[in-house]
Design a protein around this ligand. Sequence first.
Ligand SMILES: Cc1ncc(COP(=O)(O)O)c(C=O)c1O
Length: 373
Amino acid sequence: MRIFLDNAATTPLDPDVLSAMTDVMANNYGNPSSIHAEGRKARSLIESARKTVATALNCSIGEIFFTSGGTEANNMALKNAVRDLGVRRIISSPLEHHCVLHSLDSIREAGTAQVEMVKIDARGHVDLEDLKQRLAQSEAKTLVSLMHANNEIGNLLSLEDVSKICADAGAMFHCDTVQTMGFYPIDLNATRINFLSGSAHKFHGPKGVGFIYINSDNIIKPYLDGGAQERNMRGGTENIYGIVGLAAALEKSYANLAERSATIRDVRDYLKHELAAKYPDVKFNGDPDRSHYKLLSTSFPYSDKGTMLLMNLDLAGISASGGSACSSGIDVGSHVVGHLNPDSQRHTVRFSLNHHNTRAEVDTVVRKLAEMR
Ligand SMILES: Cc1ncc(COP(=O)(O)O)c(C=O)c1O
């Protein structure tokens, strides 16, 4: 049996979600835009999924739009805010996911908005005083784009604090909640956020489907031109079974939140304790005391053997990662860990857990690591 500790990259599909999806695949082939019975049935599945997501986040159904995942949702928030809402300045952080950073690069290159990076403190948290000062410095319409939990080190942002800072300054707030959706309660009625993104495969749903929440005050134009799907915002026949799977996975994540989070927290704390006890030279990247409970980013001193650490873990049946899942398959090092420790030659291993992981698995990992460093 393999030990899967790479759940920030993706999570295994929940069997109940799989069966909800296969039921749709087998029995509902209608096009949701058709007016006949098959089409109406497909439409009702999508609208019921939208209601599930809106209920989980305490927002209105008209504020949820399904997308192909977190990448599309983040691209949409940033690019549409500039194109349609008159945003001329974006404040973000160098530790964001590449889909945010690269969207910002293309906005910067197009010259349509100015992009600034907020200061990051030594532990990898956003310096909120610096954010306040930057917001006070300009009258330009500004969007703040900051992630809720970092996908590499896990550091958490206070949604309440940042949404208040933005509201006080009259700025808009986009939050990449891809890593926290389904793991932390999010109440959009109580917290003022303009755009928020989610991705099903991070909470035991299918890959290739996600959503964006767009606060109803923000009227934007279509992201994908085409038919009138997603209330004219994103043309293209909907990924019905993906959307049904997303909603089923999100509903189940929140229904089991207390139990799942307690299990993950316990195993993660045990991992941290055992690593520190057995390997006194281990360091924890970021701020494990204020980070996502599923994530532990570690670093080990440089050694020749250590350059093969991830591969050796894999050969030993243990899946972990060096930072973010790398789209090219080549580990070029993490821009997040690199930003925090620019001169470090240490080997980074990101462990990220799900509720199926156990203390016994941790014992195996800690034991096997001894031969690989
Ligand atoms: C923080 C964060 N944002 C966005 C994404 C992209 O999501 P998706 O894989 O659904 O495009 C990821 C996935 O790795 C992520 O961790």
